[in-house]
Design a protein around this ligand. Structure first.
Ligand code: PEP
Ligand code: MG
Length: 746
């Protein structure tokens, strides 16, 4: 075989034409790679691989020979996204005989997947009469060609036979779960594929190589600075052996960035005629494929580090290249999405979001609610089906995504969207009325906020105050910790916006899925790991800086502060002491200092007597509490509906908490996502909670329902339902029935 840069050069010539017939491509590849057969199979949607062009097999089979993903050598190559190198393909157990192809004379086969953005678009295969293993060089060359093909396929003819076009064109519905209600309709945009403008083929490999090395050095320097700026990131635990182990992790990460091995590999690919960006992408996708097959956790981690580095390098390389503009009203599709990434996308103007791996209590969902972006999660498979240029509907109410909707469906949804805005306008009237039940029980409805832009919601919703200020969100949004003065100004803005209304600040809840860039975590269960107040107490300087900023922001005003993820009274006491000590040093002192805790860890329930003596207030973080009570990861979509806050264990827990707190005269509120759902809010009020804190989108719907609910009539019903539903996983159904029968707006 010859070096692929000749193929690359020929492909460049062909690319100058607007469309490239696949038959020309296979002829070229067969000739250049000196193989008797070259065939391209393309994924026709519905998991079918179809022979789209061939040089060497019977051309009558084009458009006819089809193999399901997983069927035959081609199907296996597609299913596993891995290279098949077979000296005697026809005696391979997976071989599927297709007489129309006339492939009997060809013994050896090399098949490689054609991939783009993590999706398998097709399979490229060469065959020869002589039974032999293909060499590493030959595999490398065919993989490079396959990568180019991945970029060309959408503009290539797709098929030389009868064609139904590349990929699916039929409407598809993906059922998932609601992350944020509402409807959005628009063109799709896929997270992680913004770099569509990257050049593939290089004119001057030497120039590309120096660009690669300059950028890699710049990245390395940036990384050194980043690591130096996080002095305690190496010491994630107090035990010296843990410190040493985590330092090793960090050092390994640093080494990976400087590692000549993978950069050399990128260099080799550049020499075959690709640009630096394309070469990095190629090596990253190789790594990705390799990672999927490795079970050794240590190796997996190292490869994941390299993959991450490749991503950073790619970002650095494409820094100046034009990024794809986000079309107005675009729907973002993502496999996973962090809260900071969603913030970024929101700033670019997306109207809706669908995330394959996300659940309602995850932080991306919380940000979606804060930003009022219709969002669905758990819509698995959508990324394999979506095509560039597709339109989609996010139906946040039903928790589903509709891809390529029919015109009629689209119209229906557009109408529904209008009706919703009219309903929202009607709720507007409720804004100025205090929240109370029909029988006059006042329930304070407070806001959960994290971003400055959300402060405007205080007046827009008529909320009674801020019941949860998630201080870490602003840090995530800026991608770094703010210094004391910057923090103080962020917090002061919240106090200014709230005026006389209370603001409950929560100290940094970092860790788990809320990681600042440059933070390294190697925990198996980060939600139960080194996070929140645990970090704060182990890094008292960090926590003290924040407490100082809060005190400075308050000036002579009242200040309320609470701590997240407290598991023991001792932790609460330690955190409280830090705040009290700081408060003594700051002038003017706040007119009142109220120090409380979140209740998210069930263990606190068995320390209530002590806790209630020392805490000024308690806010139930039902998202984490539910997760830890039922040992059910709040981020796992398949568990999202399995355990319910409307269930006997949670009711009993809240009842006991309220009884003891009322006796001790300690105010209780609840600030988990459940509070923003009208039915849940009704039940929480029924249990005796008089303060609920929620995303802005929940305030008016909850207010509307409470205004029509007779709490006096509901309470005995709730008691009866609790008594009658012993052992049930959820008591939602009978409660919903009662509310529906009374025509309450759920
Ligand atoms: C909670 O756990 O309920 C909570 C409000 O905190 P967060 O969602 O930020 O973890
Ligand atoms: Mg929490």
């Amino acid at each position: 075989m010859i070096p692929p840069h000749r193929i690359v050069a020929r492909l460049r010539d062909m690319r100058a034409k607007t469309t490239v017939p696949l038959s020309d491509l296979v002829r070229l590849i067969a000739a250049e790679l000196v193989s008797e057969v070259c065939s391209i199979y393309v994924n026709r949607g519905g998991d079918v691989m179809e022979l789209a062009a061939t040089e060497g097999l019977n051309t009558l089979a084009v458009g006819r020979t089809r193999l399901r993903v997983g069927e035959g050598i081609i199907g296996l190559c597609a299913a596993t996204a891995s290279v098949m190198n077979l000296p005697d393909a026809q005696n391979h157990p997976a071989f599927a005989y297709r007489p129309e192809t006339g492939e009997e004379p060809f013994a050896s086969m090399l098949a490689v997947p054609v991939r783009r953005s993590g999706r398998t678009l097709g399979v490229l295969a060469v065959q020869n009469r002589a039974p032999r293993h293909f060499t590493e060089d030959e595999i490398d060359e065919l993989e490079t060609v396959a990568m180019l093909l991945g970029e060309l396929l959408p503009t290539a003819g797709g098929s030389d036979g009868p064609s139904e076009g590349l990929g699916g064109t039929v409407p598809r519905v993906f059922a998932g779960t609601t992350l944020m209600t509402g409807i959005a309709i628009g063109p799709i945009i896929v997270h992680g594929t913004l770099r569509t403008g990257i050049r593939l083929l290089a004119d001057d490999p030497e120039a590309e190589l120096s660009r690669l090395h300059e950028t890699a050095e710049r990245m390395q320097r940036g990384l050194d600075e980043l690591i130096a700026g996080v002095p305690h990131a190496t010491a994630q635990a107090r035990r010296p052996e843990d410190v040493a182990a985590s330092r090793e992790v960090l050092e390994a990460y640093r080494l990976v960035a400087a590692d000549a091995g993978w950069l050399r590999r990128v260099g080799d690919v550049i020499r075959s005629g690709l640009t630096a960006e394309a070469a990095v992408q190629r090596v990253a996708s190789e790594l990705h494929d390799r990672m999927r097959r490795i079970s050794d956790p240590y190796l997996r981690e190292r490869l994941a580090d390299i993959e991450d580095m490749a991503e950073r390098l790619l970002t650095a390389l494409t820094g100046d290249s034009p990024v794809q503009a986000v079309p107005p009203g675009a729907i973002l599709l993502a496999r996973r999405l962090g809260p900071a990434e969603l913030l970024d996308w929101h700033a670019r103007g997306i109207a809706g979001v669908a995330i394959e791996e996300a659940s309602p209590a995850g932080h991306a969902a919380i940000v979606a609610r804060a930003l009022d972006i219709p969002a669905v999660g758990g819509t698995r498979g959508m990324l394999d089906t979506a095509q560039p240029g597709d339109e989609a509907i996010v139906d946040g109410d039903e928790g589903q995504l509709m891809l390529r909707p029919e015109a009629e469906l689209r119209q229906n949804y557009a109408r529904a969207r209008e009706t919703r805005s009219a309903q929202h306008a009607a709720w507007g009237e409720l804004r100025t009325r205090p929240a109370a039940t029909a029988d006059g029980v006042r329930i304070k409805l407070m806001l959960n906020v994290g971003l400055a832009l959300e402060l405007a919601q205080l007046d827009r919703t008529g909320a009674d105050g801020i019941g949860l200020f998630r201080t870490e969100i602003a840090m995530l949004a800026r991608g770094a910790m703010a210094d004391v003065a910057e923090q103080a100004s962020i917090y002061a803005r919240a106090l200014d916006a709230a005026g006389d209304r209370p603001v409950l600040f929560r100290t940094l809840d970092l860790g788990a899925d809320k990681l600042l860039p440059g933070t390294v975590t190697d925990e198996e269960n980060p939600a139960m790991g080194w996070r929140s107040i645990r970090i704060g107490l182990d890094r008292p300087a960090l926590l003290r800086r924040q407490l100082r900023a809060l005190l400075l922001a308050a000036g002579g005003r009242p200040l309320s502060v609470m701590f997240p993820m407290v598991a023991t009274v001792a932790e609460f006491r330690a955190a409280k002491n830090l705040l009290v000590a700081e408060a003594k040093r700051i002038r003017p002192a706040p007119v009142s200092l109220s120090i409380g805790t979140m209740l998210e860890v069930p263990a606190l329930m068995w320390q209530l007597k002590d806790l209630l003596r020392e805490a000024d207030f308690i806010s139930v973080g039902s998202n984490d509490l539910l997760q830890f009570l039922f040992a059910a990861d709040r981020g796992t979509p398949s568990l999202a509906d399995r355990y319910d806050i409307l269930s006997q264990p949670m009711f009993d827990l809240l009842e006991q908490l309220l009884n003891m707190a009322n006796a001790a005269n300690v105010p209780i509120s609840l600030c988990g996502e459940a509070a923003s759902r009208p039915l849940e809010a009704l039940v929480l009020a029924g249990l005796g909670l008089t303060s609920l804190s929620m995303a802005a989108s929940g305030i008016l719907p909850v207010k509307a329902l409470l205004a029509e609910a007779d709490l006096g009539a509901f309470r005995p019903v709730l008691t009866a339902i609790r008594r009658g539903g012993s052992g049930a996983a959820s008591l939602r159904e009978p409660i919903t029935t009662w509310a529906r029968e009374r025509g309450l707006p759920l």
